[in-house]
Design a protein around this ligand. Structure first.
Ligand code: SAH
Length: 400
């Protein structure tokens, strides 16, 4: 068994069961890509079994903190089963479900989403890459399904020294899939969509947006970074439930034409083609500035940008970008209007995000109540040991 010996004092985070070993913490030792290593403190005390990543700054990711534990097919299959079973307790109101959420499920780097009868997996670290076949079989056994598509093309793989891989890993079938979310029909393409095809993590926030749209009967809505229009459909459903569709206008902006076309199709698929919906293939920042010049205002705005800060190192620049769009959005909001604002950057914590939005309000000369805090849906769990897991945070701001 190969070992990694840590420098003195560097055992602390593993003792707290945080699963990452940084390159800078290692005194000596190494292994092949994804191979299991025994991680020891500087005086030889057992700390964890971990998967070695030869090129990543996160040089090893822990599988287990228990010494008499073999890291083998049975161990990994048990983790897959546990992850799948845990989701049975959530009432997700959808047949799009995240079944494995990486570190939170003890499977560092592995993301598995279920869309109907198809699994889509992202193998994002050397450890899960090495055990790919075992994990694929275990996931199908745990779910009773036969189709698994691989979407290992996220940028993190490069840091792990792994090439992008996409395609059917088990079975095959159409990559175009229809799912239900709450009472809405949505579609996605697992081969060409973002991530594994869809942003499942925003499911509960879309529901909340529908509820607030119903309650407040919004008239002029703006959905920024709309992707395939999830928040747009949600708002329409809420307005319909309130009998308030007539006269409402909805503007949805994204820089991906493919996503916008699907957003448009989703509006029709859910029976809302008669509502005044605009779809702008444009940059959000520039569009917000133009709306301000044109004197337009909105009573509901969604800001759900892509990850501006993939790691803490990008936090400062990202903070400025978040502040800028929030400032512009707050300016466009009518008194009493509602802003749903999000950050999915792991490098921006909840406190910092709150400060950024507060700074944006100050600069805009706009005061607001924070009426709710939002986060990823429960099938994207956090664990107490792994604060980086809290990547998605949202605030509902009501302009005073
Ligand atoms: N709210 C969406 C998910 C948003 S993901 C949902 O519920 O499904 C972020 C989106 O921002 C992506 O669709 C991406 O194409 C888009 N995007 C990235 N940069 C952009 C920019 N500068 N202007 C407009 N859209 C952008």
């Amino acid at each position: 068994m190969k070992t990694l010996r840590l420098k003195p004092g560097k055992e602390k985070s593993l003792l707290r069961r945080h699963p990452w070993v940084f390159e800078s913490a290692i005194a000596r030792g190494g292994a092949d890509s994804g191979e299991t290593v025994r991680v020891e403190s500087h005086d030889g005390e057992f700390l964890a079994w971990a998967a070695f990543s030869p090129t990543s700054q996160i040089r090893a990711r822990a599988w287990s903190f228990v010494e008499p534990q073999r890291i083998d097919a049975a161990f990994l299959a048990a983790l897959c089963t546990r992850a799948v079973d845990a989701r049975r307790y959530f009432d997700l109101q959808s047949d799009g479900i995240r079944l494995v959420h990486g570190e939170a499920d003890g499977l560092p780097g592995l993301i598995v989403d279920r869309y109907g009868d198809t699994l889509v997996a992202q193998f994002g670290a050397a450890g899960v890459e090495r055990w790919k076949d075992v994990l694929a079989d275990a996931l199908l056994a745990a779910t009773g399904l036969t189709q698994l598509y691989e979407r290992s093309d996220a940028s993190g793989r490069e840091r792990e020294g792994l090439k992008p891989v996409t395609g059917w890993l088990r079975g095959d079938g159409p990559t175009e899939i229809a799912i239900r979310e709450h009472d809405w029909q949505l579609t996605l393409d697992i081969a060409t969509g973002h991530k594994t095809g869809f942003y499942l993590d925003q499911r509960d926030s879309r529901k909340r947006f529908a509820e607030i749209a119903q309650h407040r009967r919004f008239r002029r809505l703006l959905n920024c970074f709309c992707y395939t229009g999830g928040f747009t459909v949600a708002a329409l459903a809420g307005l319909k439930a309130a009998g308030a569709l007539e006269g409402a206008t909805l503007t949805s902006i994204d820089s991906s034409l493919l996503a916008l076309e699907r957003a448009k199709a989703h509006v029709a698929l859910n029976g809302f083609e008669s509502v005044a919906c605009d779809f702008l293939d444009a940059d959000v920042n520039a569009s917000l500035r133009r709306f301000i010049e044109e004197g337009r205002t909105f009573d509901a705005i969604v800001l759900d940008p892509p990850k501006f800060a993939p790691t803490a190192a990008h936090a400062e620049r990202a903070a400025r970008a978040y502040k800028d769009i929030n400032r512009l959005a707050l300016k466009l909001l009518e008194p009493g209007g509602v802003l749903f604002t999000f950050s999915c950057s792991g490098g921006i914590g909840a406190d910092l995000f709150h400060k950024i939005v507060a700074g944006a309000g100050l600069d805009a000369g706009v005061d607001g109540y924070i009426s709710e805090r939002l986060g990823a849906a429960p099938d994207h769990p956090m664990t107490i040991e792994f604060p980086e897991g809290e990547y998605l945070k949202g605030l509902v701001v009501v302009r005073k």
